[in-house]
Design a protein around this ligand. Structure first.
Ligand code: SF4
Length: 471
């Protein structure tokens, strides 16, 4: 069994029922809210998705020009622009800025690229205090855990677990009241903002035309991080560019609705540089780090469409594999369908280490249907499976006897029909006999084999058409 399949099976088997239910309910609720928000507010959300997809693809197809335009615009606004080839370079730039500013404490709002570069452990290793200020990310940090969803990092935890973590860290007495837990975190984090020297953020979008970053949060933590500190550092992937200011509303409308079913995320900020001479508060310096970390290679590959992603998380919420396994089973920063494509391509250790990730999909197509920038995720997964097969053929499960047998039957109509007739035998074969094969036993230990109901699709369709049913 491939490494990932094993990891997913183990993870799925070890997820306690409460956690599995929490992930399933939360992702289902978000999916329903998304549908309501999009179809109530717009006549044709799919037309908006197509438009957003075209704008993002246009930006990617002309990325060098837009990056150059963005750099000039940011510099004009007084922003210091840095370029990092990989995560190590990006982290080193942050450390260098902090040392030059005599800083030792940084407050951070949620940013997937800084997860990618493992910034917090890097800064801690160099004697800096780095505090995550997004509530979910803060819980992940104090628990020594990892986010399992790109929008809701602790989708895998419940309020009782959070209550115990806060009590352990001395934030207050144990409670499982969400309001009180939020108050405890707020009291604790407010002081951290006041004590910090540097505020770090990512950016949801970078506008090339104006040299402004657009940031959205539901907790307002990004604005606290910037308002209270003297230095603002934003780290962004080079693909986050959108060409014009007038493109921003389209993406904000789709992002909030796709991520959480909100018409707009609660706080939206447009940051165009350090504080001006007339402003009393705010950072005296702003730095923007553009991170490549493998993105240029993806842009040159046959999977470049994945760079259109605006990190809404909708594909995770709707994915039947993600709902069963939660995010940690993907063993990478980006879980779910987007992660199954992006993670192997961005992986520091190279493609082979995560080459089995694209197989973590039923290819049902739900991910593409919900994607606000219409990324053809199932096609990309197939391209990556093909890449894995070509580059590492002996390790891929397509060569396993089970699939070879299936391929033979599926390409021989007579064998297929005989197989369907024999299928009823499966209902009477004692399961113990199937379990003789260790792989089959492991597979079956987390699944119920449904009874074979028989019949073939063509006969069913003919009968259905005769009855006058829709085809
Ligand atoms: S791939 Fe699409 S649906 Fe998934 S996170 Fe990215 S933008 Fe959202």
């Amino acid at each position: 069994m491939a490494k990932l399949e094993q990891a997913i099976d183990n993870h799925a088997a070890n997820l306690d029922e409460e956690t599995r239910e929490a992930v399933r309910l939360a992702s289902k609720a978000k999916t329903e809210k998304r549908v309501n928000a999009l179809w109530t507010d717009f006549d044709d959300p799919n037309a908006l998705r197509k438009l957003a997809s075209q704008v993002r693809q246009h930006a990617l197809d002309n990325l060098p020009d837009y990056l150059e335009q963005a750099e000039a615009a940011f510099q004009k606004n007084g922003v210091q622009v840095h370029w990092a080839e990989d995560g190590d370079q990006a982290n080193a730039i942050v450390l260098d800025i902090m040392r030059r500013r005599g800083a030792s404490k940084v407050v951070k709002s949620k940013s997937m690229v800084s997860e990618e570069t493992e910034l917090v452990p890097f800064l801690e290793k160099h004697g800096m205090e780095a505090v995550e200020t997004d509530l979910g990310e803060y819980v992940v940090q104090i628990d020594g855990d990892h986010p399992s969803h790109i929008v809701t990092p602790i989708i895998h935890k419940n309020r009782r677990q959070v209550g115990r973590s806060f009590e352990r860290e001395g934030l207050g007495e144990y409670t499982e009241d969400p309001l009180e837990l939020t108050r405890m975190a707020r009291r604790h984090l407010r002081q951290k903002y006041l004590d910090a020297d540097v505020g770090m953020t990512g950016a949801n979008f970078v506008v090339a035309e104006s040299g402004r970053i657009v940031l959205v949060t539901n907790e307002g933590n990004a604005r606290f991080s910037m308002a209270a500190t003297k230095t603002h550092i934003a780290m962004v992937g080079i693909e986050k560019i959108i060409p014009r200011e007038q493109d921003v509303p389209l993406f904000l409308s789709l992002l909030g609705r796709s991520a959480t079913g909100q018409p707009l995320t609660v706080y939206t900020q447009f940051i165009g540089g350090p504080k001006s001479a007339s402003q009393e508060e705010g950072p005296e310096e702003m730095h923007l780090i553009f991170l490549d970390n493998g993105r240029s290679d993806i842009l040159a590959s046959n999977c470049k469409e994945i760079l259109r992603c605006i990190r809404c998380g909708a594909c995770m919420n709707v994915c039947p594999v993600y709902r069963q396994t939660s995010g940690h089973a993907y063993r990478s920063v980006y879980p779910g369908p987007v992660g199954a494509v992006l993670s192997p391509l961005l992986n520091k250790a190279g493609f082979p280490d995560l080459a089995d990730l694209p197989k973590a999909s039923s290819l049902c197509g739900a991910c593409q249907e919900v994607c606000p920038v219409d990324i053809p995720i199932p096609d990309l997964l197939l391209r990556l499976r093909n890449k894995g097969k070509q580059e590492h053929a002996p390790k891929t499960s397509i060569n396993t006897p089970g699939l070879s047998f299936w391929a033979l039957a599926a390409t021989q109509p007579a064998a297929w029909k005989t197989g369907l007739k024999l299928g009823h035998a499966m209902n009477v074969v004692p399961h113990a006999l199937l379990d003789v094969n260790p792989s089959a036993k492991s597979w079956r230990s987390t699944r119920e084999l449904p009874p074979f109901r028989g019949g073939d699709f063509r006969s069913w369709l003919k009968a259905h058409e005769k009855k006058g049913g829709a085809s």
